[in-house]
Design a protein around this ligand. Structure first.
Ligand SMILES: O=C(O)C(=O)Cc1ccccc1
Length: 284
């Protein structure tokens, strides 16, 4: 059976670049080339995995400059059965694509909110009066390049793919711009050294987060990340996403998760996985 991998499209997105890295790895290890399936949004990518329409999905989860991709965290919390198979870290380098001859002609810039945020300083300095319009992906933004007053932020790879001129590159505010992606599926996976989970706490009372954190600290389990997201039930009510540096097979982790269950309202364990740091010859 051919393995199909959903990712944010249209082709040329950073998510597709991450998917190609994982597809290469699968081809090398299994001898079979997976099929790439672009979806119009991150939510629809994850929904396709949850519905069983595809075998795997690749979604951005965190950026070194902008922090969490909140759409991904919110959708994963809602879709019960999603499991993480693999983490992938990719360097990201943004370009300004436009048919304009010079920056002064540009009035509107389109891109994915993460890309707009990662180039915020550059935009303020070189295009202070333009309107920034968010799109579902960096390559969806390319559809809006109608005349010389419009520009889009996307990758050099997307410029090549769609034969569009690059007016400026790189335009990200920090050179070490990396994004972490998760490869997700419905199948539990044997794992690696990272485990991700999320929980809501029983009541919005002082110290509700102290106990869950103590459970890990007491067992010397290192947290590599903690992120809060609103539950959307009432103001000030939060979910917590946690990454720990350990596998669920470890006795201490199993005990910690068992104890955590009794101090949380809902606990979701997304699985254990390893992280692949991809260093291409040129950034994606
Ligand atoms: O829109 C894309 O190309 C994506 O893959 C989402 C994204 C945008 C900016 C940085 C990393 C991922």
């Amino acid at each position: 059976m051919t393995v199909s991998i959903a990712h944010l499209g249209p082709p040329g997105t950073y998510a597709e670049a991450a998917t190609l890295v994982y597809a290469d790895y699968l081809t090398q290890t299994t001898g079979h080339k997976p099929l790439l399936c672009p979806y119009p949004s991150i939510t629809q990518t994850l929904q396709a995995v949850a519905n069983g329409d595809v075998t795997l999905g690749v979604v951005p989860v965190e950026n070194s400059i902008e922090g969490s991709v909140t759409i991904t965290l919110d959708a994963i919390w809602k879709l019960d059965l999603i499991r993480i198979q693999q983490g992938l870290v990719l360097p990201i380098s943004h370009a300004l694509l436009s048919n304009a001859q010079e920056l002064a002609e540009i009035k509107t810039v389109y891109s994915h909110p993460q890309a707009l945020a990662q180039c915020q300083g550059w935009l303020e300095k070189f295009l202070p009066n333009v309107q920034a319009i968010p799109t579902n992906s960096t390559t969806e933004a390319l559809q809006y390049l109608q005349d010389t007053t419009t520009a889009a932020i996307a990758s050099g790879r997307a410029a090549e793919l769609y034969q569009l001129p690059i007016l400026a590159h790189p335009i990200n505010d920090y050179p070490d711009n990396c994004t972490r992606f998760w490869v997700v599926s419905l199948q539990p996976w044997p794992g690696g050294n990272y485990t991700s989970l999320a929980f809501s706490v029983p009541a919005n009372v002082p110290g509700a987060l102290v106990k869950p954190l103590q459970i890990f600290a007491q067992r010397n389990i290192n947290l590599s990340r903690i992120e809060s997201r609103p539950t959307k039930r009432s103001l000030g009510d939060y979910l917590f996403f946690i990454d720990i540096e350990a596998n669920t097979d470890h006795q201490s982790v199993r005990e910690a998760l068992q104890e955590l269950k009794t101090h949380t309202e809902t606990l979701k364990i997304f699985g254990s996985y390893s992280i692949l740091n991809h260093q291409p010859q040129s950034p994606c």
